[in-house]
Ligand binder design. Sequence first.
Ligand SMILES: *[C@@H]1O[C@H](CO)[C@@H](O)[C@H](O)[C@H]1NC(C)=O
Ligand SMILES: *[C@@H]1O[C@H](CO)[C@@H](O)[C@H](O)[C@H]1NC(C)=O
Ligand SMILES: *[C@@H]1O[C@H](CO)[C@@H](O)[C@H](O)[C@H]1NC(C)=O
Ligand SMILES: *[C@@H]1O[C@H](CO)[C@@H](O)[C@H](O)[C@H]1NC(C)=O
Ligand SMILES: *[C@@H]1O[C@H](CO)[C@@H](O)[C@H](O)[C@H]1NC(C)=O
Length: 348
Amino acid sequence: MGGRLWILYTVFLNQPLVCLAVAVLFFPVKADEYCPPSCLCARESGTVTCRDGEDTEMPGDIPEWASTFILRGNNMTTLQRGAFSPNGTERPLVTLSLSHNGIRVIEPYAFQGLCHLHLLDLSHNRLVSISPGSFYGLLALRSLNFNQSIVPHAAAQLLNALSGAEHLRSLHRLDLAGNHLKSVPLMRLDMSNLHTLVLTNNSIETIGRDNVASLYQRKRMRIYLSLNPFRCNCELEAFYYWLRNSSQCPDSGSLVCSEPEARRGVPLGNLREEEVDCANENLEAVSYVFLGLVLALIGVVFLMVLYLNRGGIKRWLNNIREACRDQMEVYHYRYEQDSDPRLANVAV
Ligand SMILES: *[C@@H]1O[C@H](CO)[C@@H](O)[C@H](O)[C@H]1NC(C)=O
Ligand SMILES: *[C@@H]1O[C@H](CO)[C@@H](O)[C@H](O)[C@H]1NC(C)=O
Ligand SMILES: *[C@@H]1O[C@H](CO)[C@@H](O)[C@H](O)[C@H]1NC(C)=O
Ligand SMILES: *[C@@H]1O[C@H](CO)[C@@H](O)[C@H](O)[C@H]1NC(C)=O
Ligand SMILES: *[C@@H]1O[C@H](CO)[C@@H](O)[C@H](O)[C@H]1NC(C)=O
């Protein structure tokens, strides 16, 4: 008994490798099984899911092996700098879903260390403040989802953060649906690989010539635009023609006018050319101005004729007055003459 113990003792003492093997065999199992509180860990699929917790901060200790991290239904107002990698070391996350968390602020460098991330879902939050350096370090990001996520006045900040982000070069899909956006300056979005831009359910009234020029340049891009309140007047002309001879807008059939009143609900594709024709609209305006000028001219000429003939007119008026008076006198005279025989008749 004692001898066997002694043998074990010497083996462990003299064979540090065995010691290491034992340690590697037993202790890492414990580390592998580690899962942040209130989360579910699926080691095989590399997925960590944390739902409906009370957390107001990121669970700092996401397991090293995780490639997909889903945090949903928490109450987390701020996405802090280095939220996933405080010291900037690389994390192997590929998919990060942070929807429905009431996030209001994204600090600069919030996603540092996530240089392998392909998909970032920030939909259904309430973003008020988005720092220009928010997306720094997302070198491999392919899909960014901001569906119904920003409050109306934060739109400019979001576009700023996106347009200043030359590190988002790999971005393929950008989803900005339901964000009250009034316009999206496409020429500022310097993302050469962007294939899909979703702008449905926003407040876009028109798409100007600059944006249409960008669309003509990005032949490979698909843009979704349904559920926007288009104002169908001549400002829409360039876009109208782009829509007719381009197949880049897959939902073009469901774009409808919401202004002017007379064209509400009319599909953009059913508009006639003259309804968006600026030359036509200008011509109409010009013709009204012209008509006004002609009328004014006629009025002036008329007044001048009156003025120049004032002597003649006076004479003419006097003549009329005289003629009237003569007539009245004749009438008066006749009346007096005629009254007698009537009286005579009565007497008879
Ligand atoms: C979220 O947290 C804030 C304070 O951090 C609190 O005032 C608010 O009531 C919480 N909301 C929900 C829905 O839990
Ligand atoms: C960074 O932090 C992680 C844990 O979060 C640690 O394992 C790693 O050693 C740190 N790296 C540096 C360079 O400090
Ligand atoms: C984004 O919102 C649109 C409608 O606004 C919806 O059809 C789509 O499924 C949403 N996508 C995601 C990923 O939530
Ligand atoms: C459009 O967006 C608003 C919020 O911006 C949302 O409440 C509404 O459900 C969305 N509509 C559709 C059809 O997705
Ligand atoms: C688009 O159509 C309009 C009129 O139908 C035409 O003048 C214009 O050249 C076309 N543009 C392209 C790029 O095909």
